[in-house]
Design a protein around this ligand. Sequence first.
Ligand SMILES: NC(=O)c1ccc[n+]([C@@H]2O[C@H](COP(=O)([O-])OP(=O)(O)OC[C@H]3O[C@@H](n4cnc5c(N)ncnc54)[C@H](OP(=O)(O)O)[C@@H]3O)[C@@H](O)[C@H]2O)c1
Length: 263
Amino acid sequence: MASGKTINSLAMLFNLNGKTAIITGASQGLGKQFAIILNKAGARVILASRDIDKLNAFSKELKNSKAIQMDVANSASVKAAFAALEEAGEKIDICINNAATEALTPVFSEDDNGDFERVMQTNVMGVWYVTKAVANHMKSHKINGSIINISSVNGDSFPYKELTAYAASKAAVIHMTKSLVTELSQYKIRINTINPGPVQSDLLGSPNKHDPNFWKDKIPAGFIAEPSYLDGLILYLASNSASKYVTGATFAIDGGISWGGKS
Ligand SMILES: NC(=O)c1ccc[n+]([C@@H]2O[C@H](COP(=O)([O-])OP(=O)(O)OC[C@H]3O[C@@H](n4cnc5c(N)ncnc54)[C@H](OP(=O)(O)O)[C@@H]3O)[C@@H](O)[C@H]2O)c1
């Protein structure tokens, strides 16, 4: 039979009472679910994205939360948002770099519409601007924080036709995470990456990609994920009690698509 002490520490393993998390791209999709699960575990959540009206409406549904406008692709916007949070006395323990965009960037196209640059600016520079701001915030407040970067299976092992900019941007996120470990570890700040496979959301693209049958033969597990399937891993990485020794790691949560998927 388990001892009382074990039960007590099990309960504490994913307890985020007294912690504050910032989630970029929290207005919908995965980011919205990350905010919900961290909030359920006791964390105050700061919801960031460009659409402040959407964030304010969502914030009303969560007991200990606040919305802040932030365009991660714009360094001045990120700096202004973090200055406002500092001014308000927020102390951020957890940061999820989740905001991202996607575009098809076929190599055999005359159309140089700036999509490649836009994807890189949001998905790579955005992660960099926010990481730099939050890491400096954590350092100055002596917070042993956790930064979680949301990359993608496309950034590692699942090349998808015409998705080159997105794949390259997500590969950069994986390597940026690893490259930051030494600097951040000096201040006991952890940083890790999650590579999701296909998950129901707007970003997933064409309507047929939302059809479970579309994925049946492509994903070894045989089904597409809901955003809540990432809850356990998010809590694990957010909690210093659960993942104190984990930094610089890359976690696939993809139904096995990176090992046996067909594009
Ligand atoms: N869904 C999947 O199948 C899948 C698979 C692998 C990886 N991922 C990754 O998971 C993360 C979330 O994806 P999702 O499926 O939830 O996408 P989504 O439904 O399209 O949501 C994207 C979020 O990012 C925000 N965003 C976009 N550009 C922004 C900017 N410049 N500044 C601030 N916020 C910005 C959007 O908010 P606003 O419009 O309000 O700014 C929105 O909240 C992304 O990193 C994505 O690459 C998703």
